[in-house]
Design a binder for this molecule. Structure first.
Ligand SMILES: Cc1ncc(COP(=O)(O)O)c(C=O)c1O
Length: 408
């Protein structure tokens, strides 16, 4: 990218009109100059920026693009629905049909409802849990969406360093939320001991790099919440339709009271699901959660088609297999070059981990070089169904060139 380049011009325009230069904080270019400021198009596993530079993409919209950009079968389903109408003044048949489908696919989903974003669906579950239990305190593990950045010391964004009192949150509200650590059951048990009748729910999003600890941590959370009469809410916004169709609850065989699915639902169309035990969900008769766009049909049509493709083509298997090829090979390249970077976690959604003794600028130099060589990565990187073996080999060749530049 040159000085005065199209990317630089777009970055200036974005920053002039939008705080962060983007409505999604994590999408704003972190390393301007090499990282694209703005994209214009995507197809399959590739995206193109305003300068026409092509990238083999592992950002995938930050998670939701599981089949591929502009995936034809999903696009066709959306186009067909568009001809019939987007929102109605009564529920469309597709809303009930998609709820029935979700209820079949997700073990905990006796009852199902739709919203647009993951964060608001988690908020709905928190409100529901408070109403159901008559308790106020909430323990949160991981990032659960901007509406739920409330706990002192909680993540302010995915992967961001914990802050103190989040700006804009009254201290009295913040005091009801507690930021828990993934795989630290002793810490969470302490809160239960301190507030035995006070905690309404534990909300848990699995940690990317340490996801395998879910095999012991999630059952322990289930047992602890049951013992103290609190609800377990699983944030499956990333894990859902990625590590298994029904996410961590299926992979680790743990039944939550409530769960939220979003990113993997509709190949990028804005749709979230909150679902769970009928007895809890039925409290929605009294608890107000309602949105004009909850049953918007384009996203529902996309979800129905996307889930059908997952089932027909065993997409989750592909994500594991092609992810393993990509990330294990990349780990080997890091090792060969003695670079203190590893990619850890489950292959459909692993995380880059920079060694503690690595030079402070290593992460930046690596990601910049990857962009310069046509590979678009993110802190948590995702494969999609359109990444085939040849794409992975090409991406690895590009990354070898990028790594060779690091010595320069
Ligand atoms: C684990 C997790 N939970 C919740 C959210 C929030 O979802 P949304 O951005 O759709 O509100 C995210 C988004 O990155 C997430 O990764």
């Amino acid at each position: 990218m040159q000085n005065g380049s199209l990317n630089e011009k777009w970055a200036a325009r974005q920053l002039a009109v939008m705080p962060w230069g983007s409505s999604t904080c994590s999408k704003a270019a972190r390393w301007p100059g090499d990282e694209p400021a703005a994209m214009v198009r995507g197809k399959g596993c590739r995206v193109w920026d305003v300068e026409g530079r092509e990238f083999i993409d592992f950002r995938n919209g930050l998670g939701p693009v599981t089949l591929g950009y502009a995936y034809k079968e999903v696009n066709d389903a959306i186009a067909a629905m568009l001809e019939q109408g987007v929102v109605f003044g009564h529920p469309h048949t597709l809303e009930c049909e998609t709820a029935e489908l979700i209820s079949k696919v997700i073990p905990c989903a006796q009852k199902v409802r739709f919203l647009k974003t993951g964060g608001e669906a988690i908020s709905a579950c928190i409100r529901l849990a408070r109403a159901y239990t008559g308790r106020d305190h909430i323990v949160q593990i991981g990032y659960n969406g901007w509406l739920n950045v409330i706990a002192p010391g909680g993540l302010s964004l995915p992967g961001a360093k914990p802050g103190a009192l989040p700006p804009g949150i009254p201290a009295a509200i913040s005091a009801l939320h507690h930021a828990g650590e993934w795989n630290n059951i002793a810490q969470i048990e302490q809160w239960f001991k301190a507030l035995p009748d006070g905690i309404a729910a534990v909300v848990v999003a699995a940690d990317y790099a340490g996801m395998d600890a879910g095999s012991t941590f999630l059952p322990a959370l289930r047992e602890l919440t049951e013992r103290y009469g609190a609800l377990l809410i699983m944030d499956e916004i990333v894990t859902g339709f990625r590590i298994a169709l029904a996410g961590a609850q299926q992979h680790f065989n743990v039944m939550p009271d409530l769960a939220v699915f979003a990113k993997g639902l509709a190949n990028g169309l804005p749709l979230s699901v909150y679902c769970g035990r009928a007895e809890v969900m039925d409290r929605l008769q009294q608890v107000t959660v309602s949105s004009t766009y909850g049953g918007e049909t384009l996203s529902l049509a996309a979800a129905r088609k996307t889930i059908a493709i997952y089932q027909r083509d065993n997409v989750v298997d592909h994500l594991w297999r092609i992810g393993e090829l990509m990330w294990q090979s990349l780990n080997r390249i890091f090792e060969q070059h003695k670079l203190p970077i590893t990619i850890k976690g489950f292959w459909p959604c692993p995380q880059f981990v920079i060694g503690k003794d690595a030079p402070p600028d290593l992460e930046e130099r690596f990601f910049r070089a990857a962009y310069r060589n046509g590979v678009s990565l993110y802190r948590v990187s995702y494969v999609n169904y359109s990444h085939k073996e040849a794409d992975i080999r090409e991406a690895l060749d590009r990354l070898k060139k990028a790594i060779a530049e690091l010595g320069d």
